[in-house]
Design a protein around this ligand. Structure first.
Ligand code: ZN
Ligand code: ZN
Length: 346
């Protein structure tokens, strides 16, 4: 019995590592592949040997066709038909991958009937995100400097309320931005607390412009979070290399979403001098975050972090970039007058 089973191989993956798996309705013997868990009968493949499977990728190594080895929720795994080659190809299914939290900022995108001048709002954002001032201190500063009364509650609301508008501006500004020419994008996670509960802030940063390309806030460190993070950054192209720590969650996400990038795994970013860009971000972020002593809700944390990153990318001058912003280094010109025009047309 075992011998006869050994002669059969599954036409899709050529494995002969099979179980008998009962019979189908027509009484044909069913098998299950131990390697890819697919079930089949030999009837399924009669006369289909030379069937052309449309939409399957060609092998980038040897040019042969491929077969679908296994279909997963977030990606399909194809394998080269040439047994000698056997190359694996991973193709992402972006529709199935959940959006990263940075893509889920909701709220008004309308700046009309703003009671305060724009410069005051931008000054508040600079004091809040650059200087780490509290909203009460900013309120005092406005009274002393401009003799304008703005309550700390109003200032706190600015830091969140305008997030959807700033993010839609950021999206418009980076619409045609392609950072594929970059050597490396670095991904990492940092811990934040929301209501006392541990969360991970997943980040991906371009090494050349220092632009934060996406973030994903999540209570979990599982692989689906890395898929979400990478999907959010994939609109900026595909860099030469993706650099991550050794967390296994990055492996398949890199193979599928950045399938032409090299995946460089480092032991720890602290050991690698060239990886100081994540350190730089983390220092800046932690400096701001520690004054907040944690966040109160997921939504508020997500919105404040989105604004922090907008500020980091578009408004904050970086010493390491000769006091330019990452956006300026990426060739995006932005100044207050520009923002004003965008806001008026928002
Ligand atoms: Zn198989
Ligand atoms: Zn091949």
């Amino acid at each position: 019995m075992c011998k006869s089973l050994n002669k059969i191989s599954y036409p899709r993956c050529h494995s002969s590592n099979l179980y008998r798996f009962g019979k189908d309705k027509a009484g044909n013997q069913k098998y299950q592949c131990k390697d890819c868990r697919r079930q089949f009968t030999l009837e399924d493949y009669r006369g289909k040997k030379n069937r052309v499977l449309r939409g399957y990728p060609r092998c980038p190594v040897c040019g042969s066709g491929t077969y679908l080895h296994h279909d997963y929720e977030y990606y399909s795994h194809y394998t080269c038909n040439s047994k000698k080659c056997g190359h694996s190809i991973y193709v992402a299914k972006p529709i199935n991958i959940p959006s990263a939290s940075c893509e889920l900022i909701k709220g008004k995108t309308d700046f009309k009937r703003m009671r305060f001048p724009l410069f005051l709002i931008l000054t508040a954002l600079n004091l809040y995100y650059l200087n780490g001032s509290s909203t009460r201190r900013i309120s005092q500063f406005f009274k002393l400097t401009y003799n304008v009364k703005v309550s700390h509650v109003t200032i706190a609301s600015w830091c969140k309320k305008f997030a959807p508008i700033f993010l839609s501006i950021a999206n418009r500004l980076t619409e045609n931005l392609d950072l594929s020419a970059s050597d490396e994008w670095h991904a990492d996670e940092t811990v934040v607390f929301i209501n006392g509960k541990k969360h991970y802030l997943w980040l991906i940063i371009d090494s050349e412009t220092r632009m934060v390309l996406g973030f994903n806030l999540s209570p979990s460190r599982d692989a689906s979070q890395a898929f979400s993070l990478f999907k959010s950054a994939s609109k900026f192209g595909c860099p030469s290399a993706i650099v991550t720590d050794r967390l296994g969650s990055y492996n398949l996400a890199t193979k599928t979403i950045f399938n032409s990038s090299k995946h460089i795994k480092v032991q720890s970013f602290k050991d690698d001098i060239s990886n100081n860009l994540l350190e730089a971000f983390n220092d800046t972020f932690k400096d701001w975050y520690k004054r907040k002593r944690g966040f109160k809700s997921f939504e508020s944390a997500n919105t404040l972090i989105a604004m922090f990153i907008f500020h980091y990318n578009f408004l904050r001058p970086h010493y390491s970039l000769n006091n330019l912003t990452p956006a300026q280094v990426a060739g995006i010109l932005i100044d207050e007058k520009n923002i004003n025009n965008w806001l008026l047309s928002a």
